[in-house]
Design a protein around this ligand. Structure first.
Ligand SMILES: O=c1ccn([C@@H]2O[C@H](COP(=O)(O)O)[C@@H](O)[C@H]2O)c(=O)[nH]1
Length: 507
């Protein structure tokens, strides 16, 4: 049985997603500072064995981190083997070794992990590429071994290098897994994405919907369990392993600590599943806040409105009524939240674009407030640029003002997309000046067919034709979800929106 099949089977059979870490920190061992290596090693072994004895009913897997055993010196390897030999054979062993080297050396590491330590799976750094991973999942280990690739680790420094490439790693893991074992149903690779970054988890899950994610950082590192599970669980409420080391080892009653963690994880899974089940119309808290705020502001109105297209719409959105400092401040925050919870973000504090472009006229103020809110709320400092409708022939001259966009990844910010003409014009202007448009951010996606015989919405057409994502704060789906969950509106309004959505809606 392969590593990930064993993880799946064990998780199902004990109804748990908890992985217990075996990290004998020197400070946690009951030894005097001048104890010799053998004494320290013996203490490390009993430390780990007592954890295994107390936690095995709840552990999907055990994760010894080799660093702590190597730090024991000569007796370290024997200690690791001794600890591993006490793990019940029904529980897979994930060796946290974070290896990564040229193919021939990686092969030696694979032997060390699988043959000498009898591990079932490992953690690997993918930075040296496919050939550094291949020896762990092909040849003698095809259909047996498995590896979690470091994607967006739980430490603060993961923002330095991993955040911008996390998405790529998540996609590559799926591709490499298929490349290594084209006929295997179960992937042989998973991802390490820290519980300290729910944006990265959400992105990883989007890019790798079927892979197991190992999500360290709960407990001593302060990761938010609920937020992590909400972002990283798969459609079935599974495929996430939550490894906890100090959060168990430092508790007086370790068995109780593991049981509680298993239960907390399962309660969160149930809650998330339920809210997803009820929420065909899934709506995030920033979206609810935005709709409530747009209603208070008079920007969003329910009733009967004749649109330019001639359609009778049960709602109308007039972004021009975001007309005060407070309103613009809140609007900027809502745009920023929607961007950071979309595929345009790579982590809780990094994005896929360098500059925000606000097309004249409305986009100018919108782009400015979004750039400011991204910085204030997420520490994301990107450039800001806008265009003039007519070129100036004096002063700095030209059509473009603000950050240089040549060679830069650009996000276009606007209020709504009606026909999509303005966005397409911005896109062609940006391409002409050798900027790289990477996405569009808008406030509202009406998500309705362009015509009854044209089942694609204006937003879908823009995303399809320009091959970039269009991210909105809310869409018709969330408006509908808000209305049906609120209980404060006249039944006739919900009825009218339901009818309009079934006649013209695209989702
Ligand atoms: O991104 C990562 C990858 C690995 N780890 C390892 O997991 C445990 C976490 O220990 P806690 O005591 O539960 O914080 C440890 O072995 C790390 O090296 C990680 O934390 N983050």
């Amino acid at each position: 049985m392969s590593f990930f099949s064993r993880i799946t089977a064990r998780s199902l059979s004990i109804n748990s997603l908890l992985c217990v870490g075996l990290d004998p920190h020197l400070t946690e061992l009951n030894v005097s500072p001048d104890a010799d290596d053998d004494t320290v090693a013996a203490s490390a072994a009993s430390f780990c064995i007592s954890i295994i004895e107390a936690t095995h009913p709840y552990a999907v897997a055990y994760k010894p981190n080799v660093a702590f055993f190597e730090s024991l010196g000569t007796p370290g390897h024997a200690t690791l083997l001794k600890v591993l030999s006490t793990i019940p054979s029904s529980i897979p062993v994930l060796l946290d070794c974070k290896r990564g080297d040229i193919g021939s050396t990686a092969s030696a590491y694979a032997i060390a992990s699988y043959e000498k330590c009898k591990a079932d799976g490992v953690t690997l750094s993918p930075l040296m590429g496919y050939d550094s991973v291949e020896p762990f999942i092909t040849g003698d280990y095809a259909g047996k071994g498995g590896a979690f690739l470091l994607c967006k680790t739980s430490n603060p420094g993961s923002a330095d290098l991993l955040a911008p490439i996390a998405d790529k790693i998540a996609k590559l893991a799926g591709e490499w897994s298929k490349k290594a074992n084209p006929t295997e149903m179960e992937p042989s690779l998973g991802l390490v994405v820290g519980a300290t970054d729910s944006v990265a988890l959400k992105n990883a899950r989007r890019s790798a919907p079927t892979l197991w994610i190992l999500s360290p950082g709960v407990g001593a590192q302060g990761g938010d369990l609920d937020a992590a599970l909400t972002a990283g669980l798969d459609e079935e409420g599974s495929k996430m392993l939550i490894p906890v080391s100090r959060g168990i080892s430092r508790k007086e009653d370790r068995g109780e600590a593991a049981r509680k963690l298993r239960d907390d994880i399962n309660e969160a899974r149930e809650r998330i599943k339920k809210s997803k089940g009820e929420g065909e119309e899934g709506i995030e808290s920033f979206q609810t806040e935005f709709i409530e705020f747009a209603l208070t502001q008079g920007v969003l109105k329910f009733g009967s409105f004749t649109l330019k297209s001639g359609r009778e719409s049960p709602y109308f959105f007039n972004a021009g009524l975001f007309d005060s400092g407070a309103a613009l401040f809140k609007l900027g925050k809502a745009y920023a939240a929607s961007i950071m919870s979309s595929e345009l973000a790579t982590s809780a504090s990094s994005v896929k674009f360098d500059v925000i472009f606000g097309p004249a006229y409305k986009g100018i103020s919108l782009g400015a407030i979004v750039a400011a809110a991204l910085y204030a709320d997420y520490g994301v400092d990107v450039g800001f640029a806008y265009n003039r409708k007519e070129a100036k022939d004096h002063g700095e001259g030209g059509m473009l003002v603000g950050a240089s966009m040549k060679g830069k990844k650009v996000l276009v910010v606007d209020d709504v997309i009606s026909a999509g003409t303005a966005i397409r014009e911005s896109h062609s202007m940006l391409t002409k000046i050798e900027a790289i448009p990477v996405g569009v951010s808008i406030a509202l996606d009406r998500a309705e067919k362009r015509a009854l015989d044209d089942p694609v919405s204006a937003v879908q057409a823009v995303a399809r034709d320009l091959a970039i994502p269009v991210v909105s704060i809310v869409g018709l789906k969330q408006l509908f979800g808000f209305l049906s969950g609120s209980g404060e509106f006249d039944a006739s309004i919900l009825e009218a929106v339901t009818k309009y959505r079934s006649e013209y809606g695209v989702d």
